[in-house]
Write a protein that binds this ligand. Structure first.
Ligand SMILES: Nc1ncnc2c1ncn2[C@@H]1O[C@H](COP(=O)(O)OP(=O)(O)OP(=O)(O)O)[C@@H](O)[C@H]1O
Length: 613
């Protein structure tokens, strides 16, 4: 297993985890300076309140009991002072809650945005990597609240230290050793609590993958796509049992830690109470013997309790801080990891139509390209060399798993780690801005997306800059044979598709595919790629789509993958892939004359006894 293990949580790692603080505080500063400063000031004030409270209480009690003065005015002034103090304290607390709430929302929004921005800048290889998925999961889980909790704890430590110092000074004039014991005692329990918090972190850390599995099971059980199979194959109770086993295991892990925490707390809390009891007894005895005034007795007892709780909560804050640090470390690990994709996130300017881009794809050439998927051994594409020029169409055929889709993924620049060279207009691909090249490619993947959004978005995502150009959207829909359906709808292009949201129109598999084709055609691309376009299309739709495709690619480039050899024959050239190698390459008639794999499969499909798939 990668990452930390339970034994690795030493004091050193705890200290090291503080290295993210400059980044965290820079983030706070950039989120909202005004709120940030206000929160700091209000927390310092909060730190001074306890000792203030001790003082006004002492003054009031002494005034009432006549220990300081018999004068009625003094009592009244002390009382008004006491009430005003409480009022100010409450006001500060209210304002503090208000500002902190707003700041926390802003911070959590910004962090969530940062995680999404990072995810958007990653490559496909990252998304297919379980370790990255775990990191993403941890980052998402911790983003919304951990950094703010660090801030809160730092502030509470600051105000805690102020309280501790001021209340200690108050007690020191009575008996210095009382303060010494009260501060020292929580330090003794520090190690036990630190160990516990590290164990908690490890448990949560190691859960990321299992939590994702749990999420997947609940996704299967709660989403329409899986519903049919879950019902027909009666998978429900099996999946629920798996889910239950998983959460039960989580529960027992949590329970074990909670029990240890309970035992530790029981020991230390009992000792604490005994200690406070002993010290209070000393103060009561002194008051009984008239060595101190009644007001002083009250403030000493409060002071003892306050010093004890403050020093204990300071200790817990420090431990909490180290735990939050470890979690935040995971967040920054994700935010700062190198992307497998050379394309860095760019702000999309959706106002400039892509039509204005002077760059034109003239040719794409593969020179001895071999490819192995990350984290795997087997070479999926081996020594591919071919060239496609503007105005040409290419059909790629081959058995399942022969590497057709992988080739499309390389063509669409989704993986950068390949051997050999890919040349664009005769120049190595790496010399180009990949975003610019991608903007010139319109593609329908085998597992195309069905966006649970209006038709406008489903098609318009092909070119965001033209999202509001209804005529162009309808034109693209016409090419994929979906115009009349869209025009017949009451809401037209703004009809919601899918069933996830209200008033959604559910399409058939073939209709969804045609929408995806319209999306690709909507883009003013130089290269159009259709991966298995006929998979869900009826013969009439297939013919329409191919006619549109041929027309569209006349002055451009067109590549399609198909298992239907009847479609492949109309491409200018055909590539036959077998176990990642090009075994035949040429026109339909050339390959038929060769009488090899293509010819035999073509004849097999043409035979009246084989149904076309
Ligand atoms: N993301 C991936 N990670 C690792 N291996 C993969 C990945 N995707 C595909 N493969 C492997 O690469 C090989 C080629 O897959 P590819 O999808 O390119 O085949 P294909 O020719 O398009 O097949 P089909 O006709 O079934 O769509 C297969 O052996 C597959 O197991």
């Amino acid at each position: 297993m990668y990452g930390p293990t339970e034994d690795l949580f030493t004091l050193k790692t705890v200290i090291q985890s503080f290295r993210n603080w400059p980044k965290i505080f820079r983030l706070f500063w950039t989120v909202q300076k005004g709120y940030f400063i206000t929160i700091v000031i209000l927390n310092i004030l909060q730190g001074l309140f306890p000792v203030g409270m001790l003082y006004v209480t002492q003054e009031l009690v002494n005034a009432v009991s006549g220990g300081v003065s018999q004068d009625g005015d003094t009592v009244l002034i002390s009382f008004l002072f006491f009430i005003s103090f409480i009022l100010v304290k409450q006001l500060v607390t209210l304002i503090q809650n208000y500002v902190e709430g707003l700041f926390q929302s802003l911070l959590s929004n910004r962090l969530r945005e940062m995680v999404l921005e990072k995810a958007n800048s990653m490559g496909l290889a990252d998304f297919e990597n379980a370790e990255v998925q775990d990191q993403l999961k941890r980052a998402q889980q911790e983003t919304s609240y951990r950094p703010y909790q660090i801030f809160e704890l730092v502030l509470s430590i600051v105000s805690g230290v102020i309280s501790l110092v001021s209340t200690s000074l108050f007690l020191i004039f009575w008996k210095w050793w009382v303060v010494f014991i009260l501060v020292l005692f929580p330090l003794i329990s520090f190690y036990s609590y630190l160990r516990l918090s590290q164990q908690e972190f490890y448990i949560r850390w190691s859960r990321a993958e299992r939590e994702r599995r749990g999420w997947y099971i609940s996704h299967l059980l709660t989403h329409d796509r899986a519903f049919k199979e879950v019902q027909i194959y009666k998978l429900g109770s099996y999946l629920i049992t798996q889910f239950r086993d998983m959460i039960t295991q989580f529960f027992y892990e949590d329970k074990k830690i909670a029990t240890t925490r309970l035992k530790t707390s029981l020991v230390f809390e009992s000792l604490t109470i005994a200690m406070i009891g002993f010290m209070s007894f000393i103060a009561i005895k002194a008051a009984f013997l008239k060595e101190i005034l009644l007001g002083n007795l009250v403030s000493y007892i409060q002071g003892i309790t306050l010093t004890q709780t403050t020093s204990q909560s300071l200790m817990h804050s420090l431990i909490g801080l180290s735990q939050h640090n470890m979690f935040v470390e995971q967040l920054f690990l994700f935010l700062e990891r190198d992307s497998s994709d050379p394309v860095k996130l760019q702000k999309v300017t959706i106002t400039t139509p892509q039509q204005n881009d002077p760059f034109v794809l003239e040719s794409i050439e593969f020179v001895n390209v071999s490819f192995t998927y990350p984290e795997t051994e087997r070479s999926v594409l081996q020594n591919l060399s071919f060239k496609i020029n503007k105005g040409e169409s290419l059909a790629i055929v081959g058995e399942n798993g022969s590497g057709k889709t992988t080739l499309v993924k390389l063509l669409t620049l989704l993986y950068k780690e390949y051997d050999g060279q890919i040349l664009i207009n005769g120049t190595d691909l790496n010399a180009f801005d990949l975003e610019q090249i991608r903007a010139k490619i319109g593609v329908v993947f085998q597992d195309f997306m069905q966006y649970e959004m209006p038709i406008r978005n489903n098609v318009g995502f092909g070119d965001l800059s033209l999202l509001r150009h209804d005529d162009k959207l309808y034109h693209a829909l016409e090419k994929s044979g979906m115009r009349s359906l869209a025009e017949g709808l009451e809401q037209g292009l703004d009809t919601q598709l899918g069933k996830w949201f209200t008033e959604g129109l559910q399409l058939s598999g073939g209709q969804w595919q045609r929408i995806a084709i319209a999306r690709a055609f909507f883009r003013n691309a130089d290269l159009y790629i259709l991966d298995e376009p006929s998979a869900a299309l009826d013969p009439v739709a297939e013919k329409e789509v191919f006619d549109a495709f041929n027309l569209l690619t006349k002055e451009r480039m067109g590549i399609f993958i198909s298992h239907r050899y009847s479609s492949a024959q109309y491409a200018d050239r055909i590539m036959v892939l077998d176990q990642g190698r090009i075994v035949e390459f040429g026109t339909h008639s050339e390959l038929i004359r060769l009488q090899q794999k293509y010819a035999s499969l073509y004849n097999l499909q043409a035979s009246p006894f084989v149904s076309q798939s």
